[in-house]
Design a protein around this ligand. Sequence first.
Ligand code: NAP
Length: 281
Amino acid sequence: MDSIVLDGKQLAEKIKSKITKEIIEREKAGLSVPTLATILVGNDPASATYVNMKIKACKSVGMGSKYVHLDEKTTTNELLDEIDKLNRNEEVSGILLQHPCPQSIDERMAFDRIAYYKDVDGVNLKSFGRLSMKMDTFFPCTPYGIMLLLKEYKISLSGKNAVVVGRSPILGKPMSMILLNEDCTVTICHSKTQNLPEIVKNGDIIIGALGKPEFIKADWIKTGAILIDAGYNQGNVGDIEMTKAMSKSSYYTPVPGGVGPMTIAVLLQQTLQACKLQRTK
Ligand code: NAP
């Protein structure tokens, strides 16, 4: 069947060029430029790459960035102190703590220490609670990016069976809540789920969000399904066996160039929004 590519790269560029224009306008009007603070604890190479990409993205739209790199041995209390400093810093519009932190850190406590109005990565409990209740808030960037992509292609969601494979706090769980709020019937799967292939076969929308290369097989997919691959594994491979599955789908996201660029575009968009909410000058 004819499948349509959900081009996240293109939509992300569109969002970023709007942000660039708005920042130029702010500068002309003498208003402050948004700044994103990123915190990396430890030296995980993948996390360092993600943080670098985010810093580069800030530069590309004319946004400021502040990088805080903490030692692997940093304690939870030391991290909380750093977050408090950034919360107090008026130059900082938004704060992103790169996940995952080293095991010794209480990551939930750290996420919740980020001031709600600077939580541009949508990771604290208040943000999740408000998102779940369909209230205005900052959203976790990846699920929100996926939703913007679905909306851009005018994909109707109401009444569809959505199967989300993965239930992490930053991805699977909020994605499920967003789809539920869009009137999908949502099944959330995880590592203890039984009969996963049967459940996936029932899905009109499949979200791959587990972090295992090509784990979701093409022969589990029903013809016409919408395939969203949030997974990003070594060798530019997603969580869905996409080369075989794409021809069965009505829409699909490529890896790379689907969900990834949208995550960054949303992060920038929410940082700009945070700046506008915090600063009148
Ligand atoms: P995570 O925190 O490790 O969570 C993985 C989830 O998958 C867990 O809920 C886990 O279940 C579930 N799972 C593991 N094995 C499974 C199995 N055999 N069957 C069904 N479910 C299984 O990962 P994450 O941070 O959500 O990331 C997931 C993927 O998305 C990774 O590839 C990551 O790189 C990617 N990602 C991409 C972006 C982007 O911008 N594109 C952003 C964030 C993440 P349990 O809860 O039972 O353990």
